[in-house]
Design a protein around this ligand. Structure first.
Ligand SMILES: [Zn+2]
Length: 135
């Protein structure tokens, strides 16, 4: 599914590059800004774009992000899917509703979404990053 989504000509997140699935979720400067912040959350250093190669394969990239030693892998899978889903929603809001969030606002809402998923019972996500919500 990730590979076959209908694309716009230019990426609606940066208006610079051609839109491909890999660009949108990984290479786009907007998305990289998001991943850089998410990578500062507990156990999430794997998600830092600094370590990414110019690999165009979404599946390999997803595996690279979520394959870790220990039991954090499931939480990372959930988190990566949540981030991808949020980026996709933002892309659609820009195209279909002409609504646009700044990266900091996007990240704030993403954080709220993570908390909502944890409240809804996302256990692995909770054991991964739940501590960021404890003041
Ligand atoms: Zn882009």
């Amino acid at each position: 599914m990730l590979r076959e989504w209908p694309n716009s000509y230019f990426c609606p997140l940066c208006y610079r590059n051609l839109e491909t699935a890999f660009h949108l979720v990984a290479e786009c400067p907007f998305s990289k800004q998001v991943w850089s912040v998410v990578a500062t959350w507990p156990f999430c250093s794997n998600l830092s774009p600094d370590g990414w190669t110019a690999d165009q394969d979404l599946q390999k990239w997803f595996k690279l992000l979520t394959t870790v030693s220990g039991h954090q892998g499931k939480g990372l899978q959930t988190l990566v899917l949540l981030v991808i889903w949020s980026l996709w929603k933002e892309r659609n809001n820009r195209i279909f509703k002409q609504e646009e969030l700044s990266a900091p606002r996007f990240i704030a809402l993403l954080r709220d979404e993570v908390r909502t998923w944890i409240f809804a019972g996302a256990k692995h996500l909770d054991s991964l990053v739940g501590s960021i919500f404890i003041e």
